[in-house]
Design a protein around this ligand. Structure first.
Ligand code: SF4
Length: 277
């Protein structure tokens, strides 16, 4: 599972267009203000900013029915009742470090590095004592290792300074740690603390769009849509199901529709046929 500090910079590209028919029109402008195009433009700009901050109030919501959503997650639950992430860890701290290291790296690559790293340091105290140079050497097989080494030592120090060496079970506190963004915090809260949360990576983003769960333009919008429609009983495992489905079946370039267990619920018109033997 990948995660990174800068969800914005690594977020998937926009796939939907603003629905012009539902765009809010300026209200209550006086004849004086209407006669000033600059003022009208400024107001429109401010409206757009407000809409974006409030989660895109003018964005059309997905139209998938609650029955279909429930049926899809029921199917996932029947196939894999207890889905697991693939990053190796033994506690909240090692999970946090592994997720921080997983930005732009595969889980397999991170696991290879963390086996050596955690053998040398598996607590915040030991990580700080190990130091940035040594951490860097131990994780140099994964992308962005210089910056990640810096963050891992800095977040370990902050855990010691501010949280008694414990990983907090709170999104705001987690996001205050160096190298920890919303996606990383969501993974830790979900996987370790069992809290309903939705870390939207590239797989979740894609699957959510293909299934009609969301037409969000940003990971935050998709997260909001998913949190609103996923039935409560599936709110914790849903994150894993969507990631694993996107990673192994509903792949970016060539989704393997012929073996997809939820193809009967998928609204995609073009489905990939089974390869010829
Ligand atoms: S049918 Fe194809 S596109 Fe639809 S969810 Fe399954 S793999 Fe993805």
């Amino acid at each position: 599972m990948k995660a990174d500090k800068d969800d914005k910079s690594n977020g998937p590209a926009t796939t939907t267009k603003r629905d012009k028919s539902t765009a809010a029109k300026p209200q209550g402008l006086s004849s004086k203000s209407v006669s000033k195009p600059g003022a009208a433009r400024a107001k429109k700009k401010a409206d757009r900013r407000t809409a974006a901050k409030s989660g895109g109030a003018r964005r059309r919501r997905p139209s998938v029915s609650p029955e279909t959503v429930a049926a899809i997650f029921k199917r996932f639950a029947e196939i894999e009742p207890e889905p697991k992430g693939e990053l190796e860890h033994k506690d909240a701290y090692t999970l946090l470090v592994a997720v921080v290291l997983s930005a732009q790296a595969t889980d397999a690559g991170v696991n290879k590095a963390t086996r050596h790293l955690f053998a040398a340091a598996d607590t915040p105290e030991k990580m700080v004592a190990l130091g940035e140079d040594r951490v860097r050497d131990l994780i140099k097989t994964i992308g962005l290792f210089r910056n990640k080494a810096k963050n891992v030592v800095a977040l370990s120090q902050k855990l010691l300074d501010d949280y008694g060496g414990e990983v907090p079970d709170d999104a705001t506190a987690l996001e205050s740690l160096p190298g920890v963004g919303r996606k990383t915090a969501n993974v830790v809260l979900n996987v370790w603390f069992g809290q309903p949360s939705m870390a939207v990576d590239t797989h979740v983003f894609r699957v959510a769009h293909r299934l009609g769960f969301s037409n969000g333009r940003t990971p935050q919008e998709v997260e909001r849509d998913l949190m609103a429609i996923v039935p409560e009983q599936y709110a914790v495992p849903a994150h894993h199901w969507l990631i694993l489905h996107g990673r192994y079946i509903c792949k970016a370039r060539k989704p393997e529709c012929w073996r997809c267990p939820i193809s009967d619920y998928c609204p995609m018109e073009e489905k990939t046929p089974a390869p010829r033997k």
